[in-house]
Design a protein around this ligand. Structure first.
Ligand SMILES: NC(=O)c1ccc[n+]([C@@H]2O[C@H](COP(=O)([O-])OP(=O)(O)OC[C@H]3O[C@@H](n4cnc5c(N)ncnc54)[C@H](OP(=O)(O)O)[C@@H]3O)[C@@H](O)[C@H]2O)c1
Length: 209
């Protein structure tokens, strides 16, 4: 499939490299043509371009910019994302591991409203260092990747892209659940940065019976 990536940083590189390896046509967009071209070269992507050009390219588009820049980037795409599958991996998390969207809708909902895209929240839970594993699978098998979205066709597209990184898609509800996923991520980042292993606080499912 054709995949456009908005942003040329860590997440763009980590996920883009998997999708190039899986045989997709990947293009990278950034505000600096040089930096976008450099990432495209590093991961072996087809090419790079301006944000609005890349936003109109993909069967799926990854939004991989800081949450605080998302509204500006969506504006710069000039409506090109409307109706498209947009993967939102952003985390509206500020200093102290709190949500910057605590008052009001989730980040994903705001991005959906601003872009008119069919947004799927995905890939936001784990650090780019995790996504760089090839495949993204550990002792328990493929990493489960929670997805929140309302559009079944968009979800199916993103499930395929999760499998392409070696993960296992985990349907986690509609876009109205994305705020909970964003809050969970903020909470977990706080634990991880504090040196804790959040896995130790989760009992096995059979213990819940
Ligand atoms: N890194 C992680 O571990 C991780 C994990 C999960 C989710 N996330 C989320 O993924 C998103 C990207 O994170 P990252 O680590 O890849 O960030 P990053 O390495 O800092 O890269 C951010 C990218 O966004 C671009 N950007 C920033 N402001 C922009 C603007 N106004 N217009 C156009 N482009 C702009 C930057 O462009 P320039 O190169 O021109 O500055 C850069 O390409 C964030 O929302 C983050 O919360 C990150």
């Amino acid at each position: 499939m054709r995949i456009g990536i908005l942003g040329n940083g860590n997440m763009a590189g980590a996920l883009g490299a998997h999708w190039v390896r899986a045989g997709h046509r990947v293009r990278v967009g950034g505000r600096s043509p040089e930096r976008a071209a450099e990432l495209a070269r590093q991961i072996g992507a087809e090419s790079s371009g301006q944000l609005n050009e890349i936003a109109g390219f993909g069967d799926a588009t990854l939004l991989a910019v800081p949450y605080g820049s998302a509204a500006e980037v969506v504006r710069e795409t000039g409506g090109a994302l409307a109706g498209r599958v947009l993967i939102d991996c952003t985390n509206p998390v500020g200093p102290g591991f709190v949500l910057t969207t605590a008052e009001g809708p989730s980040g994903a909902r705001r991005i959906a409203d601003a872009s008119g895209a069919r947004v799927v929240k995905a890939f936001n839970l784990c650090a780019d260092s995790v996504w760089r594993h090839t495949p993204v699978a550990f002792a328990d098998g493929p990493l489960a990747v929670p997805l929140c979205g309302d559009d079944e066709a968009a979800l199916e597209t993103v499930r395929a892209l999760v499998r392409d990184v070696g993960g296992a898609p985990l349907d986690a509800g509609g876009l109205d659940r994305a705020g909970l996923l964003e809050a969970t991520t903020a909470f977990l980042i706080g634990l991880w940065v504090g040196g804790h292993d959040p896995r130790t606080m989760l009992p096995p499912t059979h213990a819940m019976a």
